[in-house]
Design a protein around this ligand. Structure first.
Ligand code: GLN
Length: 544
């Protein structure tokens, strides 16, 4: 039977609860303990698929096609596992399921209530993941902070679990913030005491408190939290802000969290091996030469909107012993005259995914700039649509080619809906989602990056390359370097007369891991690092 670790948040959100959960996974996995992870999101959306990236950052997609919170991306990257639909639970899903059962008559005669019906449905999701993943330890993150109205049923469900599966099989970890007061130059524990009180009020006594802080946490503060919150002194784990998120597992291990969890859950004591992780962090902390990458997108004000893209670029740069120097270019800004200067230092241009027409013309300009100046270009999903539109405009000598997403009446719909998508009325969950196979074409940049002929990559889009234009663009130098196995869908395209201009219809970023960067990102940075831009000096030959 699986054991459960429930992680709640206190005081404020955005203190790194997700990274803490991912890191607990890393330190348990480093002891060969099989783990799985689940995120409980209290909002009423069924999934974040229809939400703007400005709301919760990027939408992460699992291999089996669930649209999920970006925390799942961190779980996958830190623990190096592929999660499934069962790892993402929202209040919207829970209530839909309960109401569907009620309509079907499953509860005939009964009054449907939050306790027990909603909480039972929630607990069922815990068990489903435990059964499917066969994990020894299932780590469950409760989104939001303790006290949120929407989070109450989740907290009640995790409280009940201690009775349901036995005290020795459940652990409660509370992640809080210790604010620092500049005026008195001290760290305060009161908000933590309040949030622990709030937890206790609903019957949960935390076993471990992870204390986030921007400053080192003195012993006295640890003792105070231990006393007031009634947790063991060694179960108050300080987690000061570190320079890279990848250092968090090392800090938590150093503070004894791994051993504490093993002891408290009665797991087999095994030595942790975090040596690879340590090497990774050492590498990240070593100063490296930067590669200038311009990321041209419509949500660049919120970096979390491109979380996985940013991480994938970092992984690829590490592989080449380089760092990334990002220029975040709002695509709309490129629409103004003379805006090319925004790209003048870019050694590589990346256009990530997105929806809607805003900023599209700026992205098309960026693609045109990359093509004309032979700057390495990586297009991801919408970035591929942009590359195809730009090339078609150039080949056809017309400004009219477009995607029907942006111009429904274009005479040259080079990107269009497939018949199957045209009659869909609902927006949620109706895209091409999750893993699809892609056959690579020998001799292409993409095939040489992957070094294999069949790959599976994660999708999230409605629009596709329109095959009516295949031959015409091919004649002008577009190479269809990856196709669906039946040959009908263009999954990857690139330009023959360009050093490296490659785009994929899928989201390559979701498959990247710190220790094995995604092949397309790896090659993109490999090419970009050798590009010389304005003001750059070629490396001096070594004197004899
Ligand atoms: N808006 C485009 C589509 O729906 C691209 C989506 C994306 O970039 N994820 O097809």
């Amino acid at each position: 039977m699986s054991k459960y670790i429930f992680v709640t948040g206190g005081v404020v959100s955005s203190v790194g609860k997700g990274i803490t959960v991912a890191s607990i996974g890393t330190i348990l996995k480093s002891r060969q303990i099989a783990v799985s992870v689940q995120k409980l999101d209290p909002y009423l959306n069924v999934d974040p698929g229809t939400m703007s990236p400005y709301q919760h950052g990027e939408v992460f997609v699992t291999q089996d096609g669930a649209e999920t919170d970006l925390d799942l991306g961190n779980y996958e990257r830190f623990i190096d596992i592929n999660l499934t639909t069962e790892s993402s639970v929202t209040s919207g899903q829970i209530y839909s399921a309960v109401i569907a059962k009620e309509r079907r008559g499953d509860f005939l005669g009964g009054t449907i209530q939050v306790v027990p019906h909603v909480t039972t449905e929630i607990k069922e999701r815990f068990r489903q993941l435990a059964q499917k993943s066969k994990a020894e330890v299932v780590i469950i993150e409760v989104g939001g902070t303790v006290g949120d109205i929407e989070g109450q049923p989740f907290l009640e469900a995790i409280r009940q679990m201690r009775n349901d599966v036995g005290r020795d099989n459940v652990l409660y970890v509370h992640v809080t913030l210790l604010p620092y007061l500049n005026s008195t130059q001290e760290i305060k524990t009161k908000p933590t005491q309040h949030s622990v009180n709030e937890l206790r009020r609903i019957g949960i006594q935390p076993d471990i408190i992870v204390c986030r802080s921007d400053y080192p946490i003195p012993e006295g503060i640890r003792n105070k939290i231990s006393l007031f919150c009634d947790v063991d002194r060694e179960a108050v784990i300080p987690l000061p802000t570190v320079s890279t998120i990848y250092e968090v597992p090392l800090v938590l291990e150093e503070e004894g969290l791994g051993q504490l969890i093993v002891d408290k859950l009665g797991l087999d004591p095994r030595q942790p091996d975090l040596s690879q992780w340590q090497e990774l962090v050492n590498l990240i902390k070593t100063p490296r030469e930067p590669v200038n990458i311009a990321l041209v997108g419509k949500y660049v004000e919120l970096k979390d909107a491109y979380f996985s893209v940013r991480e994938a670029l970092h992984h690829a740069a590490l592989y080449h012993n380089k760092d990334i120097n990002f220029t975040w270019v709002p695509s709309e800004a490129l629409e103004a005259d003379g805006s090319d200067s925004l790209l003048s230092s870019a050694q590589g241009i990346i256009i990530p995914g997105g929806f809607g027409v805003r900023g599209i013309e700026g992205m098309i300009k960026a693609a045109s700039y990359a093509r004309n100046n032979e700057i390495p270009y990586l297009g991801l999903c919408m970035g591929m649509h942009v590359m195809v539109i730009e090339f078609a405009r150039y080949v056809l000598g017309s400004a009219k080619p477009n995607s029907t997403e942006f111009d429904a009446s274009t005479p040259y719909p080079v990107i269009d809906l497939l018949p199957g998508q045209k009659d869909k009325e609902n927006k949620g969950g109706t895209m091409r989602l999750g893993n699809y196979p892609c056959q690579l074409i020998d001799g292409s940049c993409a095939a040489s990056a992957y070094g294999q002929s069949l790959v599976h990559e994660r999708h999230r889009h409605r629009y596709e390359f329109n095959n009516q234009f295949r031959a015409q663009l091919e004649k002008a130098g577009m190479v269809y370097s990856g196709l669906s196995p039946d040959g009908k869908l263009v999954e990857l395209c690139e330009l023959a007369n360009h050093p490296w201009m490659v785009s994929c219809q899928f989201h390559a970023e979701f498959g990247s891991r710190p220790s094995h960067p995604h092949p397309l990102f790896r090659e993109f940075i490999g090419k970009a690092k050798d590009v010389l831009r304005e003001g750059a000096q070629p490396p001096l030959p070594l004197s004899p």
